[in-house]
Design a protein around this ligand. Structure first.
Ligand SMILES: [Zn+2]
Length: 257
């Protein structure tokens, strides 16, 4: 049976797909047919399913890269010169999805954000409503900042504001170097600490990946509540990481201004 890209609704992973190849009728056709090699119509699947992966967060990135290059070759539109216009179009669609899937899954943060989105959790910073609201009001997007983190960097934010003012005054008075080297030194040290924190949060996130993955292995029903708790922790880590990344960027901008 031939499936159209626009009517096929399947949430099943491609590797479980039992549909047959549109061309030769062989079973288990995915992106391309393993029997005759022809490209198949794209099915609406998530990025994990596209690579035949379970929705787990620990990913063998080297294997992913190998699969990516192999699929790239097999789906490349230029290689299907013998193919019909319809097949070439499928090749283009499949290749573009392959690229998106690979770019998302190879990056630890993007992969986590993507999985959270599949689980129905939209991070505030990326959410559509936040983007639209920011656009409408011309304000910068609201950031979710854990209060303890905000308290922790309160002093730094004050120092940063102080340095901003000093630099501004110095510039207006047309003097050379900014006057407060002690302040610059202190802020630089804080930036160093924040960069270390930023790295540490990735390690913390990876620990939650392990918890998530083992809950997936245990099955969905029993572990549903625990999964919700782990996703909450991952969201918290991502929010902290976002805030720290933005703060480091601000600090760098002021130090280098
Ligand atoms: Zn075939």
């Amino acid at each position: 049976m031939t499936r159209s890209a626009f009517t096929a609704i399947s949430s099943k992973p491609l590797h479980d797909d039992t549909h047959s190849c549109w061309s030769c009728g062989a079973m288990r056709a995915a992106h391309f047919c393993e029997s005759c090699g022809r490209v198949q119509p794209p099915a609406p699947v998530d990025y994990f399913a596209f690579f035949g992966l379970p929705r787990k967060l620990t990913v063998d990135v080297l294997q992913l890269e190998k699969d990516f290059y192999e699929l790239s070759r097999k789906l490349h539109p230029d290689l299907s010169a013998r193919a019909s216009a319809r097949e070439q179009e499928w090749s283009l669609e499949q290749s573009s999805m392959l690229n998106d899937a690979y770019r998302t899954l190879r990056d630890p943060i993007k992969r986590t954000q993507y999985l959270l989105r599949l689980e129905g959790i939209e991070l505030e910073e990326q959410s559509k409503s936040a983007t639209e609201q920011a656009r409408a009001t011309g304000e910068t997007k609201k950031q979710i900042v854990p209060p303890d983190l905000l308290e922790e960097v309160f002093e730094l934010n004050l120092q940063l504001e102080e340095l901003r003012v000093i630099k501004d005054v110095t510039r207006r008075l047309d003097r050379g170097a900014p006057g407060d080297s002690g302040l610059v030194e202190e802020i630089s040290q804080q930036r160093q600490m924040l960069e270390t924190r930023h790295e540490a949060l990735l390690e913390e996130l990876k620990n939650y990946w392990k918890q998530w993955d083992s809950l997936v292995d245990r099955g969905t029903d029993a572990a549903a509540g625990e999964r919700a708790a782990v996703t909450k922790k991952m969201v918290d880590v991502l929010n902290r990481r976002n805030y720290i990344r933005n703060l480091v960027r601000d600090v760098t901008a002021v130090l280098e201004s």
